[in-house]
Structures are given as structure tokens and as C-alpha cells.
Ligand binder design. Sequence first.
Ligand code: CA
Length: 512
Amino acid sequence: MNLLPRILLLVGLACAGGFALARAEPSKPNVLLILADDLGYGDVRCYNNASKVPTPNLDRLAGEGMRFTDAHSPATVCTPSRYSLMTGRMAFRAPNGGMVFTGVGGPSLIEPGRLTLPAMLKQQGYATAAIGKWHVGLTVCDTEGRPIHNGSLEAVKRIDYSRRIEGGPLDHGFDRFFGTACCPTTDWLYAFIDGDRIPVPPVKPLDRSTLPKHPYANDCREGLIAPDFPMEEVDMVFLEKSRKFLAQHVRETPDRPFFLYHATQAVHLPSFAGKDFRGKSPAGPHGDFIHQFDWIVGELMRELEKHGLAENTIVLVSSDNGPEIAAVVHMRADHDHDGARPWRGIKRDSWEGGHRVPLIVRWPGRIKSGTTSDQLVCLTDVMATLASITGFALPRDAAEDSFDLLPVLEGKATTPVRPYLLTQAFAGAKTLSIRRGDWKYLDHRGSGGNRYDAGELKPFALTESDPEAPGQLYDLANDPGETTNRFSENPEIAKELRDLLEQSRNSGRSRP
Ligand SMILES: [Ca+2]
């Protein structure tokens, strides 16, 4: 070989090597994860053009990023769904993993020592903050130091506010936390937690006589309230805290990436929209609340832009489960609006309406604007995706149900990233379902959550098409509304899916 070609070859190899190194060096974008509570697929205009609620900010976000049409919450209720988002693992695999915490909640569903999404990002150099509703459990104590878990008003009265709160967000990877233990305006303890303390304790019974009265105002229990706790402006307080976090981050630690998890009160009942939003949507009080959530998303985006962060921040917006009974039943009747549309079932149910949720992801330069993905994805996947994006090698005993969506986000995935999807309904491990391709198998009879034989949902009950079958099998390609149970028609497919579910349950994981 002549000298010149050899030099060129060496230069070429060096360039290729340098390029490879540059490519291998993971970028560390900021992450803003916005989680709505009980926001339905059909509540958002870009998912349902018949939605009666204007959602211009979510629609704009979808236009600037990727909108997933087959995204799922891991569970059909708050606590297990949020556990799974924070750990990348199905909650039914954890002790008490089907439980929904009430009152003060707890103890933490997250096992001590388990790697969480925020802890992983913290290891990757991120500043981490959680603002809003936690609901994954924590531990408060009485004056004797005895733990208080769940319980109602009597439990709240026994709390010793001088003691540290154990097992909350600060003990699971967040540098900062400001929010509430459970549902902010539902669960007896109407007080803000700042870090690991409640600086302003609740001192008097909540006076519900001054609160709005409408079909969406239930779920507000007779708890104790702190003097600084504004029942109708909780989300405005959370927004202000997230704004302050971003401003402080830019001022004090601009060289570090951040992970901000903003979990709103909206749109969980009671639908107490803030004063600036009442009557602003044409779809009643719950419509106003959805509209307020949309506005909050817009404000957080504006805040990123103000600080010059919008270009290098991945923004994810989703919901922890489908829409609530009152919201669906009354909005269908009074406003011709259907938050569960086009699916069967709602919050708590195994049917799609319980867990098919909006998911919008914006990441300028990496995600093509205005794209749609029909990949089967789950909120457990956020952890493996951010591991991939930040160059973190997930250990085997973490994120067991999490799949890397980066190829999907970059438009490079040509095959499904998930072999199958698991979901759990209200009764946790007793009401699991599994989806592979177009087939979905429910390992139980009935909804898995709500009653349809009586009460408000009775008018929406469908006749069971395969009443003797022990489970349900639906072909979502031809029957997205899950109207016809094909269990007895296709026993071999039902068995395959049941076996796969059993195998996944026994192995403790779905990630290879
Ligand atoms: Ca929820």
C-alpha cells in the first residue's frame, strides 16, 4: 500500500472512531414529565375531535412532537399506576401492589433500595423535583412515633407534625418535593408537604358548605384543612412551585440537567377548577377543569421557553388512568362529551377506557413534529427510555416491565418495541390483562373494576357475549370497542396469552 492511501485510511479510521465516540456520548436533555389525574383519551381534542373541551396547548404540543395512539397506563387507578411510572415495574409484582391509598396513605409501595426513575436520573447528574400529587405512599407518625397508614379523619388527627415524613419522594430519588400525600382535595389530609415535613398543619375541619356543588363535586371527604390550603386553587400552587423550581435551577445549577415531575390535581374529582377557569369551557365544571389542565401544560411550556430550556427538554404529558364515573356519565348526558371515547370502560376497568391514555412527547430535533405513533407502549416505559437517552445501563433488578422507546421517538422502529403489554385493573393481581398484537386477554370476568349491574353505569352495560367463559378475549383490530368476547371461539389464542401472562407473572418481569 502506498503511503498516501495508508494515511488517508488512518485519518478515515480516526474520524470514524471520533464520530463513534461522539455518537456514544449520551446527551442529557432536561425532562419535564406532566401527569394528569384521570384524564381520558377522549377528553383531549387532538385525540377526539368531538371533545367539547378546548385543549389548544395539548394540541399544539402534539403538533410539535409525537402523539401516541396506543399508550397505556400500567394500572387503572392512581397508586399502582404511579408506582409503575416511578419504577418501570408492574405494581402487582410488589406486596400490596393493587392497593389505592386513602387518608395519609402508605407505607410507600416502593421497596427500600429499589431503583426508581428519579434515582436513576439523579445518578446521571440530574437535579430532580416532584411537584404535586404523590400517592405512592409514605409514612407519618403519631406523637409516640408509631406509624399511621391510611385511615380517615381519626388517623389525620393523630399525626405528629414535628416528625419527619418517611418513605416519601425524598427517600426515592427526588431532591425536592412539594405536594400532597394522596389526592389533594379528596383524602382527609388537606395540607401541603414541603420536602419531608408538613410546615403548616391542618387544624380545623374542612367547611364543605362554601365549596362548589355540582355533579362533579363528590370525592371531597370531611377532613382537616391547613390555613394555607386553597381547595380550589391547589393546581395554581403547584404551578407556582414548578415555576420557582425552573427559575432557581436556571439561576443556581444551569450546568446540570433537570427532571421535573409535575403531577396535577386536575382532573381528579372533585372538579374544583380555579377561579380563572370557571365557566370558561362549554362543557361544565369538569370541562373547566380539563381546560385548566391544558392551560397548565401551556404555562409550563411558556416557562421553559422563557428560560431558554424548551429546545433541550423532553416534555411528556400523560394520564395515570382513564376518566372517572361521574365525569363520563354526566358529561355524556349534559354536554355530549365522552372522555372515554372511543373505548369501552372507564377508570378501574380492564377494558380500554380504563387504561388507554393520551401520551404526547415533544423533543425538538429528535422527534419529528406532528408525528403519530401506533406502537403499543406503557408508562412503565418512561424509565428504560430515559435510561437509554442518558446512557444508563439498567440493572436486572430494576425497571422489569420497561421498554426503550427511543427508536420509536426517533422514527427508527420498524417492529414493535414491546412483545406484549400487561395492565392491572382495580383488584390488582386478580384482574390482570395481557395484550399481544391485536389480541387482548382479560384474565377475569366482567369489568375488573366498576359495577355495571347496578347504579350509574348500568345503562352502559353490554350483554356478555360468551357468558360461560372464565376470561375475555377481544380482537382489537376488528372490535376496538370490546363488544364480542371471542374466548370460546379461539381457545388456543386465549390459552397462549394466559400462559404468557402466567410466565410473566412467575418470572417477575417482562423485559428480557
Ligand atoms: Ca388517577
